[in-house]
Write a protein that binds this ligand. Structure first.
Ligand code: MG
Ligand code: ZN
Length: 219
């Protein structure tokens, strides 16, 4: 386990550097984590379409292969950089450092980092973000917070997506939130449907509040 510890320590050093870099530029960096298929990219597409006139946003897309998600984000209107991890199952702080050198997110912007769809090791690799946003969709099991407690314990906000499908699935929103609170009493929740737009205003309020705080620290 020595090797793993060294890798995580090295990552933490780079993450701390990234965090300082973001703070120096009043950039709100968010690490979006979830299982594959929870709707991270759809959430970002809608968010960019709705907010990019008032809130500058850039995106780093993490996937093992393809440029598909980056193409969707670019079409929505935000500067984006795709990081392909190959066989790797998470983004690390070094990848974010290199991506930022290329992407050059502007002062006072929001940097959305869409991690590789995986609820396990992205919980361990700090990227230097201000907050982790964990996304769970109602097509998954409502007991996921208990199965992947490390991720839910590390998150600041939990987005429950695809609530338009609730009549068709066996997902208990209250039970899911209770399970998540069990592992993280401070976790906040937003229920929404990125495809219909229902509930998006709550997510936007959270985003605006956090981006205002980030810029407020500087001024
Ligand atoms: Mg995606
Ligand atoms: Zn991994």
């Amino acid at each position: 386990m020595k090797v793993e510890q060294d890798i995580l320590q090295q990552n933490d050093l780079l993450a701390a550097r990234n965090r300082g870099w973001f703070e120096g530029r009043s950039i709100l960096a968010l690490n979006l984590v979830s299982s594959p298929g929870s709707g991270k990219t759809s959430l970002l597409e809608r968010t960019i379409t709705d907010l990019h006139d008032t809130l500058p946003m850039t995106v780093i897309e993490g996937d093992q292969q393809t440029l598909r998600d980056a193409d969707r984000i670019a079409a929505a209107g935000a500067p984006v950089l795709q990081v392909n991890t190959g066989k790797g199952c998470h983004l690390d702080a070094g990848m974010i450092k290199r991506a930022c050198e290329e992407l050059q997110p502007p002062q006072g912007s929001v940097l959305m980092i869409e991690n590789v769809g995986n609820l396990v090791c992205p919980a361990l690799f700090d990227l230097g973000e201000a907050a982790k946003v964990v996304i769970i969709s109602v097509t998954e099991g409502d007991d996921k917070p208990l199965k992947y407690p490390t991720m839910f314990a590390a998150a600041d906000l939990c987005v429950i997506n695809k609530i338009d499908l609730l009549p068709h699935v066996n997902f208990d929103v209250e039970a899911c939130e209770a399970a998540a609170r069990q592992v993280n009493p401070k976790l906040e929740f937003v229920r929404l449907a990125a495809t219909t737009g229902e509930g998006m205003e709550l997510w936007y309020r959270w985003l605006r509040q956090h981006s205002a705080n980030t810029c407020g620290d500087k001024v």
